[in-house]
Every structure is written in C-alpha cells, then in structure tokens.
Ligand binder design. Structure first.
Ligand code: SF4
Length: 348
C-alpha cells in the first residue's frame, strides 16, 4: 500500500474504532522505518499494535496482550538471520501460488529501502520449501512462483543453491509452470541457466531487472553490473535457451540521469526486445542514499522520458508479438474473460 493511501485509511479506521470495540494492528516493512512509526504514534494514537517484518509470527501474542492487558504494543526489532516457518499464507488463487524462498537483501541499491527494513538475506530450508510446494501440488495448484528479493542468491546450505532448488521443484508432480522473481543480473550464474534449460516447466519468460541501460547510472544505483555485462547475460541465456524471452524493470529519471544515459536505456530496450517492461518514474524514498543525491532530475524531464520509453516499448511489443502468430504456446487459463464470455483468460 502506498504511504499516502495507508495514512489516509488510518483516519478511517479511527472512525470505525469509535463505534466498535476493535483492535487496530498495522504491520509490514513500512513499520521498520522510524519516521513512519513516529508519525503513527503522534498522529494516530488509536492504533493498538504496530509490528514490523521480523515480528509477524508474534501477532497472535501481541493481540492477546492487547486484549488482556489493554496495552498498546510496538513490536519492531532489527534482526538478521531469522526465518520463521509455518506462518499461514492466505492465497487468493487456487491454481497459481507464490512461495517465498528467501527474505531480505544484501545489495543496497541506492534507491531501495528493502535492505534497511527487511534485513540481510536469509534463505528458507530447501526441505520446507519443497514440502510446501508438494502440498500445493496435491491441492491442485499448477503454477508456482518462487519469491525473494534476490532469488538467485538463494543459499539452502551445504552448497545447495538456487539452481538445485529449481531442479528439485521441477521434479514435483502436478506442478506445470515454474517462475521466479526477482533474480539479480549479477547472480545469474551458468548453473541457473542450465537448470532452466533442462526443465520443461520453468517459464521461458525470464525476468531480468535492468533498472537502467546506462553504466554510469547503474554505478550510481550500486547495481554492480554494466550495460555490457547485462547485454552479455541476455546473450548467454539466449545462446543456451533459444526460446527464452525477457521481462524487466526500468526506473526512469534516477538522480544524475542525462539524456545520453537515457538513450542507453532505450538502446538496451531495442536490443533485448523485452516482452514486458515494468516502468517506474524514479521517486525519492526517505532513508535511501539516492534521496540525498543533489542531482535530482526534474519531474518534467522524468515524465517526458517515461513517455518516450512507453512509446518505444509499445512499438516494439507490437512487432514482437508477430512471432507468436500461428504458434502454440502453453499458458495457464484461469477462467472466462469478464469482457468476452467466449474468451478464456489468465487473470493477471
Ligand atoms: S532493488 Fe532489489 S536487489 Fe536492490 S536493494 Fe532493493 S531488493 Fe535488494
């Protein structure tokens, strides 16, 4: 939820609380940011429980204490290295499911708050992950997305890496499509490419976040790869997996991004022919290094560049889609389209 929306709805919750005896608990990674909890405590004193990303498993205990002792609870800790198993997951879809394989991030990209609010990387035990997916398969789930801030630096211990996990998930009967988000280009090693290549279930639409096509901007972002290394990775994947196609994330208007830098991003977009681009206009995030950079790009320029990227992508996707005409592709169909009851569709 965005910060503004979240704070607006906190006011609505106050009205509900005035009329009904309810407990208001607010949690998540935003609560790991001190300026947010300070504001909540000052302006929203009717909130009973504030919990962070590392205390999710303690929510029932916090609720119990609030009921019994009538106390307000702020349950936030800064820890690394803990993984809690067995926390129930509410799934809204009965055919595809996301399974978290690791938490946290060690990368400290300069625009991102995640390493500060979710702590350092820690991976779940492979056995627990595989058992969870086997259970999902028994329940009829067909598509699994392995989730993590940096999935390909997964470390299951005893040299059990992300490539091993992919191979083992691949063997689970009943699961037909496997995806993963988000890998980091710098950790996209040959063994991971090999695991994808040998699998019939791992999606050939591979998400490889670019963020910027300019080596200068990538350096300022602390992404730890250059434009050339990114393009080289795409080539390596394509050579091993000829039917691989790519989606990506791009941030437009990062501090210091010049016209030339932006042209580099457009150049990568032209070269890779992405199937899907998640485009973002850079926005400042308190607590990050990029927020303190003095060379912020004006809103006007950011929006103009964003529009140019969008136009380029729309033109390329039209051409790109031609290659699918007359071919047969495997997709997960989830029901009939709302707009056309005669058309089958995938919901997202
Ligand atoms: S953008 Fe991704 S890799 Fe970079 S710090 Fe944030 S979560 Fe980590």
């Amino acid at each position: 939820m965005q910060k503004k929306k979240f704070l607006e709805s906190s006011g609505e919750l106050k009205k509900i609380k005035e009329n009904r005896d309810i407990i208001i608990a607010i949690g998540g990674c935003m609560m790991q940011e001190k300026h947010i909890t300070d504001k909540l405590k000052k302006s929203y004193p009717f909130v009973d429980i504030i919990f962070g990303t590392h205390t999710l498993h303690k929510v029932p205990e916090d609720i119990y204490k609030t009921i019994i002792n009538k106390e307000k609870i702020k349950d936030i800790i800064d820890i690394d290295g803990e993984v809690y198993e067995g926390i129930p997951v509410k799934r809204t879809n009965n055919r595809k499911a996301s399974v978290t394989i690791m938490y946290g991030c060690n990368n400290f990209c300069t625009y991102c708050i995640v390493p500060y609010v979710r702590g350092r990387e820690r991976s779940r035990n492979p056995e627990n992950i595989l058992n969870e997916i086997k259970e999902l398969a028994k329940e009829g789930y067909k598509e699994i997305t392995l989730l993590g801030q940096n999935v390909n630096s997964y470390n299951g211990g005893n040299n059990y890496k992300f490539s091993n996990l992919l191979k083992d998930v691949d063997k689970i009967e009943g699961i037909e499509i496997i995806r993963f988000v988000s890998p980091h280009p710098k950790d996209f090693t040959d063994d991971v490419i090999e695991s994808i290549k040998t699998s019939k279930k791992i999606s050939r639409l591979i998400h490889v976040p670019l963020q910027s096509g300019s080596t200068n901007v990538l350096k300022a972002m602390n992404r730890k790869y250059t434009k050339e290394q990114y393009l080289n990775l795409i080539d390596r994947i394509k050579k091993k997996i000829p039917d691989a196609v790519f989606s990506t994330d791009i941030i437009v208007g990062f501090p210091g991004e010049t016209e030339e830098d932006f042209e580099d991003t457009l150049d990568v977009v032209r070269k890779v022919n992405f199937e899907q681009i998640y485009m973002f206009i850079y926005s400042r995030r308190i607590g990050t290094l990029a927020d303190k950079m003095e060379n912020q790009v004006s809103e006007k320029i950011k929006h103009k560049r964003f529009d140019r990227l969008k136009v380029l992508f729309e033109e390329s996707i039209e051409k790109n889609n031609q290659k699918y005409v007359g071919t047969t592709q495997k997709i997960l169909v989830e029901g009939y389209s709302k707009n056309n009851p005669e058309m089958l569709t995938r919901k997202n």
